[in-house]
Design a binder for this molecule. Structure first.
Ligand SMILES: Nc1ncnc2c1ncn2[C@@H]1O[C@H](COP(=O)(O)OP(=O)(O)O)[C@@H](O)[C@H]1O
Ligand SMILES: [Mg+2]
Length: 294
């Protein structure tokens, strides 16, 4: 590669902002964190520079699943003591983790300046990676779904249980009501087989289309697999501990589909949609310092 080409490549890569993929659910315990961690590893294996941000401010546990110790976490970031970048730790599977902090409340509870500290950090990380995977908490609150709607895509995780599906529908409804929301995709976790995932997704997709006029896409399923819980107990992501298990196969397929979907998005559409941070700034309508950088 000659020097000019190298320079062009560097400029292009610097200008490129990572896609923000938020992972959420209506109900807790449906497997968000496991999907987030293992999807991050599978995407990294496909050559993406992936940063996983554990933003479940209530029950952060990506660091537990990945067995990494961190000195700093999101609580230091929101308090303005550390930048988000300073909290980053290397995790297994070529993933970089921004560790979460449990019990600091919800995104909605943060003060304007605390939230600005966090968002400034996210914008900075968008220049360092290809993909930011954000593990968010479960449930619906106005600001959290507003935040979700700002992501380029939201993966809503559900299980085939009616309670989880009803809660997933409620989350989809709130995101779909937000103006200019990103793509909404569905992952059905803990299915008996692929057919069950498809049936469950087909129903939800049809109901969302009919009653919410919302187009959601089925991203795929992950089967119920005893290896998942075994891996959690061994504190290793299942994709690394049991790479040939059924759940690992499902997550690899999911990553492939999501990465391909990203590649399919025409450049013009991406540039027409305001950046993640511009949308966030609009959402919170605060005088965040970050808006000056947009
Ligand atoms: N595909 C799966 N098969 C079997 N068990 C699973 C699967 N996905 C998640 N689990 C189990 O469910 C529990 C909750 O998962 P977790 O990722 O922590 O959910 P959430 O982040 O939504 O609260 C985990 O401890 C794990 O053992
Ligand atoms: Mg979780």
């Amino acid at each position: 590669m000659d020097q000019a080409e190298e320079l062009r490549r560097m400029v292009q890569s610097r200008a490129k902002l990572a896609r923000v993929l938020a992972i959420t659910s209506g109900k807790g315990g449906v497997g968000k964190s496991n999907v987030a961690v293992n999807l991050a590893i599978a995407s990294a294996a496909l050559g993406k520079r992936v940063i996983l941000i554990d933003m479940d401010l209530g029950l952060a546990n990506a660091d537990v699943i990945l067995n990494v110790n961190s000195r700093y976490n999101l609580s230091h970031v929101v308090a303005g003591k550390k930048s988000l970048e300073e909290t980053l730790v290397r995790a297994p599977g070529n993933v970089i983790l921004a560790p979460g902090a449990s019990g600091i409340g919800r995104l909605a509870d943060l003060t304007d300046s605390e939230r600005a500290n966090l968002l400034k950090g996210i914008e900075h990380l968008q220049r360092r990676a290809d993909l930011l995977i954000v593990d968010t908490g479960a449930g619906i609150s106005k600001n959290v779904t507003g935040f979700l709607a700002c992501a380029d895509e939201v993966l809503v995780v559900t299980t085939p249980e009616p309670t989880a599906i009803v809660d997933a529908y409620a989350v989809i409804k709130t995101i779909a009501h937000e103006e200019d929301h990103g793509d909404i995709r569905l992952v059905v976790n803990m299915v008996t087989n692929a057919k069950e995932g498809q049936t469950c997704a087909a129903n939800l997709v049809a109901v969302a289309r009919r009653f919410l006029n919302a187009y959601i896409e089925y991203a795929g399923c992950v089967v119920q697999d005893a290896r998942v819980s075994q891996a959690v107990k061994r504190r290793r992501p299942f994709l690394l501990e049991y790479p040939t298990c059924e759940a690992s196969r499902c997550v690899r397929e999911l990553a492939q589909r999501l990465v391909k979907q990203n590649a399919r998005v025409p450049a013009v559409e991406v540039s027409e949609r305001p950046s993640f941070l511009a949308r966030l700034a609009g959402l919170f309508r605060t005088d965040m310092a970050v808006t000056g950088d947009l």
